[in-house]
Design a protein around this ligand. Structure first.
Ligand code: SAH
Length: 252
């Protein structure tokens, strides 16, 4: 898939594209990321991309014309009708289901806002959907774009070292959308605290049972809405319900 990023700060993306396990997805082109520096599409000596808001008030607004010109260049190069996504607090909050949809798509044009935001006329004319990272305000859409790209990249086959390991992660439908269980590594005892005995048992079924109980317990404590969703989807067994009926397991 291909993502075209419209941004005033293309340099912010370098660390994402060059570091960590997801680098493979970007370098191989599995997730093909093209950066479009918006200033290249601005007119005049000053290459202006923003101006003062009509009606007054603080801050600056990104002008529609450079954005439209940039989008035209992207469309000409892509040759498809990829959706135009604007990152904005207005948008639908990004979640696992959204990331899965993007990771199975042919990509999108991602527009990163800056300043007070972008001229509404560009949004009305060209934006197909708005995506939010959460109920807080960033100084730009770039971090939101990077969050989406990182989450999509790690779902691509062959990107994580352990094939399919993302299926054991939080929210994955493979584990009924529950949160992940706790993890432990060496040493066996750290500051007087031992690793849970089940994990040291060597019995696969016992380990899996312990992990399922922990997932159910943690999800019930922190995200009861996810338990309700799993239940409504018929994903909880009688054994799961028995674990939940016992109440919280004695651990934070
Ligand atoms: N005036 C706007 C905030 C502008 S912040 C408001 O009050 O809603 C500048 C840019 O950062 C936005 O145009 C958007 O692209 C990005 N941004 C800010 N918060 C975001 C969020 N929660 N999710 C996604 N993008 C966000």
């Amino acid at each position: 898939m291909r993502f075209d990023i419209v941004t005033l700060f293309p340099e912010l993306f370098a660390p994402l594209l060059e570091a960590g396990v997801t680098r493979r997805a970007f370098e191989s082109g599995l997730v093909d990321v093209r950066l479009w520096p918006l200033r290249d599409f601005a007119e005049g000596n000053y290459r202006r991309v923003d101006d003062r808001p009509f009606g007054g008030g603080p801050g600056m607004v990104m002008m529609a014309a450079p954005l439209a010109k940039c989008l035209q260049a992207i469309r000409a190069e892509r040759g498809d009708a990829a959706p135009v996504v604007l990152f904005s607090p207005i948008g639908t909050r990004l979640d696992h289901a959204g990331v899965e949809r993007w990771s199975a798509s042919s990509g999108a044009v991602l527009v990163c806002g800056r300043y007070e935001g972008i001229d509404q006329r560009f949004i009305d004319a060209h934006v197909d959907m708005q995506v939010s990272l959460g109920d807080f305000v960033l100084s730009g859409g770039e971090i939101a774009a990077m969050a989406l790209l990182d989450a999509v990249a790690r779902l691509q086959p062959g990107v994580l070292n352990d094939e399919g390991s993302h299926q054991a992660d939080s929210f994955n439908p493979a584990l009924d959308g529950l949160l992940d269980c706790p993890h432990y590594t060496r040493p066996e005892t750290w500051e007087g605290q031992a690793v849970p005995a089940a994990l040291m048992s060597g019995h696969h079924a016992q380990i899996e049972r312990w992990r399922r109980e922990q997932r159910l317990d943690i999800t019930a404590r922190h995200r009861p809405d996810l338990i309700a969703a799993a239940r409504a989807a018929g994903r909880l067994s009688a054994e799961d319900e028995a674990v939940l009926a016992q109440g919280p397991i004695n651990r934070l």
